[in-house]
Design a protein around this ligand. Sequence first.
Ligand code: GRF
Length: 223
Amino acid sequence: MIRPVPVAVFASGSGTNLQSLLDHETPDGLYHVVVVVSDREGAGALGRAEAAGRLTRVIEVGGRPPEEVASEILALLDSLDVRAIFLAGYLRLVPSAVVSAYRRRILNIHPALLPAFGGKGMFGERVHEAVLASDAEESGATVHYVDEEYDTGAIVGQWPVRVLPGDDARALAARVLSVEHLLYPAVADHVCRAWAEGRVPDPFALSPVEPGSDMKRKAPWPK
Ligand code: GRF
């Protein structure tokens, strides 16, 4: 029997991706969210965590040296035996001491097909505005490892979403978000299974899909 990987989720916002990770969890699943960390008092993600009976912690970042923030994060994660971190709308750079301690054990989800449309300042509607301004035919969601920069770590899995005629940033964001909610739990399972088996995770591949119907993909895990 595989022991679920104890995970911390870091989130700054409303936490719908956190919710998808929590909803996907089962007692005999591959990961267990033991704590939700936010840099913002009152973040919606904290309420979702509390409703799910999970430990929450606010770790302030603004105006503090990164080393001090890193020590607080590492002490917390160590005390809970956390083995991986999933960023879910966390708007801060993860301190380098934390990246080093959890190298290839930190995932992030980004609402575009990296390496395009990422980097510092590329979050929220700005990402989708940039996609629309570029006339790209496709956007999507990306799960990647976190390194010392914004959105530059190795890609683990992606899910494309077509840009439709008449899309504005809001409409595109909503379609990408609904795909994020399927992709993140699936990739989380995928990497946690590999870790539990002592393997380095392969890139995550989506299940086959009918051509031209990005929203008709089946959830890529058995329910
Ligand atoms: C998502 O679009 C995610 O890709 C990005 O931040 C947003 C968080 O949304 N990193 P939510 O708080 O999970 O609803």
